[in-house]
Design a protein around this ligand. Sequence first.
Ligand code: KG4
Ligand code: ZN
Length: 335
Amino acid sequence: MKILAIESSCDETAAAVVEDGRKVLSSVIASQVSEHIIYGGVVPEIASRMHAQAISGVVSKAMSDAGVGYSDLDAIAVTYAPGLIGALLVGVNFAKGLSYSTGLPLVPVHHLRSHIAANYITTPDLEPPFLCLVVSGGHSHIVAVNDYTDFSIIGRTRDDAAGECMDKAARAMGLPYPGGVNLDKISVNGDSSVYKLPHPHVEGSEYDFSFSGLKTAVVNIIHNSKQKGIEISVPDLGASCIETVADCLVNNTVKAAEEYGFTKIALAGGVSANSRLRTRMNKVCAEKGWQLYMPDLSLCGDNAAMVGAQGYFEFKKGNIAGLDLNAFATMPIDE
Ligand code: KG4
Ligand code: ZN
């Protein structure tokens, strides 16, 4: 079964053709990073406009790279939530137009579900149930993946997402957007013991996260150092920040796995590309004798291949939308 998938939830316009949820026949991503870089972050209005300009060419390229025509396809999958509403609407409307003109069924895909599904491409024999740490720019969730389309949230952030915290910390350190990636690169050889940062803890919930205090602590160190004329070491402060975020993410995930009896753990989302997080997760899972699954680095950030993977399982479950499909800026993964 071949599915054309479309993704436009944030700042990448992407399309892919995926076979049986696991085999990527083509994957095209048009990144908007160069458009947003001068603003230090994603400007939603610019993102929508760029998607509208790019989407037709991106979809055509995905089709020709896969060597397929519309008569070879079985469905069209599209990210419809959560994300920037104007950005999502471009992909959703394009997919609706294609569905109408080709008669192919339209499959709505939740963005975080698709991040999890990136693991099905990287590890073709991975099957639920497993526990997944989903960490992106807007979300930080510990999710029980009970089945391909059945999820339960075990923990979540009470304020900022892990990616958001690292992006803002990176910005305060003077690093260019996209912050998390650049913070990762610059702090690879940093010493995480130089700067002491608070380890946030959510009272009454051992699986939830809180990252806004950590972000503020990083900003305060930078301001205080400036006032005193002391130069900060970006690699060391970056290493402390990432190490603290990784501590929280890894500790809560391990607690949840032990409590809920999971021995298969997966990572998903843009932050799952982080080198320290991957190393830390690898280490703890090896110690515990657990199986760890991580998306290939090329599948951690936003892409449409993962949408095609999740779209396949949604389609098999009968999750098909009509032409009245709308986009939603927020939507829980377990709805
Ligand atoms: O999943 P994603 O591409 O988009 C959303 O759905 O939000 O995640 C983007 C987030 C950003 O916060 C970005 O800085 C972060 O993932 N990110 C990283 C790394 N690569 C991307 N954070 C830390 N280290 C990385 N290597
Ligand atoms: Zn994403």
